[in-house]
Design a protein around this ligand. Structure first.
Ligand code: SAM
Length: 260
């Protein structure tokens, strides 16, 4: 990925073709086979798991402040967050994802959806959100863009607020397995489109040590790191914490960060 325009073009392609499957890539739900109800239930469970994890770590959630869902897609997680926070913002780079998010969540006036085509979170104030969540988003964004978004997420987080984000740390296994993992999503999309235009869902990693350094430099602290199944090629929206790193495939980590 050379530019944000290219990233946007790819996500627009997915959003216009098979938006729910592009978000939760369960092979059985390809070709618009997700039911909307079933899809949004996965968001509810995921948010419950995240808040349960924070309670375990002992991080108090600032419930009277707005929440942000970065890379919101059609609002699977924004909608679920609205049950806990007075105002929930979903931000995405794809105009079609944002249009669908507005349509699917029009019953929830507490949810607001914003198109952001820049590497800055334009229009979002410093120190505004008490809670920020981003899941299965940063993994699709190349450096240096992903790093800039992490520092932007800390910028818009309130002091004492919590940011939870997910990012693969590395890709494990033999060369052949690594190649297969990298090509998995790309080839699925090609067949989905009948060999027509190819939209790419790239995967990227950032090592934990680099993330810790970057977070510290942005004025925040990593409180907890967990292994997750989020970077599996067939992630179907059922978030799980793993006890050990997979032998092959992406090692996905969830970071819980608090701002000073
Ligand atoms: C796999 S989907 C995840 C959607 C949502 N987080 C969820 O779990 O339901 C990835 C989303 O990230 C969005 N995205 C990708 N790059 C982005 C960027 N640079 N800024 C904002 N959104 C981005 C895509 O448009 C897409 O909607």
């Amino acid at each position: 990925m050379k530019s944000l325009q290219e990233l946007q073009r790819n996500w627009e392609g997915f959003a216009q073709t098979d938006p729910l499957w592009a978000i939760c890539t369960d092979p059985n739900k390809r070709n618009n086979r997700w039911s909307r109800e079933e899809f949004f239930v996965t968001g509810k469970s995921e948010v419950k798991i995240i808040l349960g994890c924070l309670a375990e770590v002992g991080v108090p959630i600032v419930r009277n402040s707005p929440a942000l869902d970065f890379g919101c897609g059609v609002g699977r997680l924004t909608r679920a967050l609205a049950a806990y926070f007075p105002e929930c913002w979903g931000v995405d780079i794809s105009p079609t994802m944002i249009a669908l998010a507005r349509e699917f969540n029009q019953d929830l006036p507490r949810c607001r959806f914003l198109l952001n085509e820049q590497n800055q979170l334009q229009g979002l104030q410093d120190n505004y959100f008490g809670f920020i969540y981003t899941s299965i988003v940063l993994q699709h964004i190349a450096e240096p863009f992903n790093r800039k978004y992490i520092s932007e997420l800390v910028r818009v987080l309130k002091p004492g607020g919590t940011l939870v984000f997910q990012m693969p740390d590395s890709l494990r296994g033999s060369l052949l397995r690594k190649l297969r993992a990298r090509l998995a999503l790309r080839s699925k999309v090609k067949s989905l489109l009948g060999g027509g235009k190819l939209f790419r869902m790239e995967m990227h990693c950032l090592e934990e040590a680099a993330i810790r350094k970057m977070v510290a430099e942005s004025g925040a602290r990593v409180l907890d790191v967990r292994l997750t199944n989020s970077a599996d090629a067939a992630f179907c929206g059922k978030l799980q914490y793993l006890k050990q790193e997979p032998e092959s495939g992406y090692v996905s980590k969830q970071y819980c960060v608090v701002k000073h």
